[in-house]
Design a protein around this ligand. Structure first.
Ligand SMILES: [Zn+2]
Length: 438
């Protein structure tokens, strides 16, 4: 067997692997060759094996797989805190939609860069995004170095901000497909907004477009009981059954929210082998309801974890999202034993990989992509360490992240971003206030 000589050897007090045995290695090490993990093991052993590799000793820290934000609208960082504490439809119609109608590609790119800086700073290495002017997000992700599944979202309300009609939207998706094919980190998805903002014909054609362009398929689904009622009235089917009838439940599909789903819905999703995403903070803030994430997993639906857009969260912080996810499931079940820390960490890593249809990320094992982060354990909230997984899910805030690596490339280390001029970005984000006033 030919082995590759690693370029770098990262060592730390702990390595959380998320491998099949869920091993946590004391005084662990990770050997990286190019964009791939070559070896994971004890620091003493790997140091002897690879004496010539560049050494990065992180000391009192934990190395773990990069977190995967499986549903967001990254550019909505522009609208973080612009409107809170309103009912979903009022929030959308009175505040969010009127602002979004004034968006430009430049603003979307600025929001994307700023949201990605937040993700990199708080330990996210991959995300699944849908928004408007998505080519701005493609460019930002390409430059910022994150791994991503990106989709230009659409509704039936043509002309939209980006397309005068359906054909223009399809052409846009085809153009992105040609432009971004074979990118090492970025993959396209076709992402109609939701059942209640589309037509059956548009959804069928979007599904065909995904097949034609080799893109993934994603959509908001069963987010609220209101959506279920609306779907029953209009189509005489619950939202999941409606999607099933349209042929949308497929192994490359990912559905976001899945709050109002019954047992039959869960079986349909599981049988079709599509993935789901739990967005606890957004569902709580907008009072949408509680996604039965555990029951969905038990039924056999691969589940990831997402923040949703930062206008309804209001963060892109997956460490915070894990904490919220566990506590919500516990209080909902009125049982402290549900959603234990390991299960929640699985959602944010291996589950995220399933939701992004990227089986080469989510754990630290030989042959996997070198997407990993490190957290500084000298923060007072991270000591003492009785159980590292508990510490990550219940105690970490995101501020402890001291290293973020994607595809073997360091995007952030010890306070410094390597793929953006953060000071300049911070100045630029002030332009948002002028856009709001316009
Ligand atoms: Zn969303």
């Amino acid at each position: 067997m030919m082995t590759t000589i690693p370029d770098a050897l990262y060592t730390a007090d702990y390595v959380v692997t998320q491998n099949a045995g869920r091993d946590v290695i004391r005084r662990g090490a990770l050997a990286v060759a190019g964009d791939t993990i070559e070896c994971v093991g004890h620091a003493d052993v790997l140091t002897t094996l690879y004496p010539d590799a560049r050494r990065v000793d992180l000391g009192r820290a934990v190395i773990m797989p990069g977190l995967i934000n499986a549903h967001t609208h990254v550019s909505m960082s522009l609208l973080r805190g612009y409107s809170d504490d309103k009912a979903l439809q009022d929030w959308l119609q009175e505040d969010i939609f009127p602002q979004e109608a004034k968006l430009t590609p430049q603003l979307v790119e600025l929001g994307a860069r700023f949201g990605m800086a937040e993700m990199i700073r708080s330990g996210t290495t991959a995300f699944y995004d849908m928004y408007m002017f998505e080519d701005s997000v493609f460019h930002a992700a390409d430059e910022m170095g994150l791994r991503a599944v990106l989709g230009e979202s659409t509704t039936k309300f043509f002309p939209t901000l980006v397309a005068r009609d359906k054909e223009a939207y399809f052409d846009l998706v085809r153009r992105y497909s040609a432009e971004w094919a074979n990118h090492p980190r970025i993959r396209q998805a076709v992402v109609p907004h939701a059942p209640y903002t589309t037509t059956p014909e548009l959804l069928r054609e979007c599904r065909d477009l995904a097949d034609e362009t080799g893109a993934l398929f994603g959509m908001h689904l069963a987010e609220t009981p209101w959506e279920t009622q609306q779907c029953l009235t209009e189509h005489h089917l619950r939202p999941v059954a409606y999607c099933s009838q349209l042929g949308l439940l497929r192994p490359d599909s990912t559905f976001f929210h899945l709050v109002d789903v019954n047992e039959q819905d869960m079986c349909m999703l599981a049988d079709s082998r599509c993935a789901g995403v739990h967005n606890p903070a957004s569902n709580m803030k907008l009072a949408s309801g509680v996604c039965p994430a555990r029951a969905l997993r038990a039924a056999g639906v691969p589940m990831g974890l997402g923040t949703d857009g930062p206008a309804s969260n209001n963060a892109h912080n997956m460490l915070r999202e894990m904490y919220v996810s566990s506590l919500l499931q516990k209080v909902h079940a009125l049982s402290p034993t549900v959603a234990p820390a390991q299960e929640v960490l699985d959602l944010a890593t291996l589950g995220g990989a399933a939701a992004l249809h990227a089986p080469y990320i989510g754990s630290l094992e030989p042959g996997m992509k070198a997407d990993f982060i490190a957290l500084d354990l000298s923060f007072p909230n991270m000591q003492p360490v009785h159980n590292m997984v508990s510490q990550l899910v219940y105690a970490a805030s995101g501020a402890e992240v001291c290293l973020t690596v994607v595809d073997g490339r360091e995007l952030y280390r010890a306070g410094v971003f390597t793929t953006c001029d953060y000071a300049a970005l911070l100045e630029e984000i002030q332009d948002v206030l002028a856009w709001i006033r316009k």
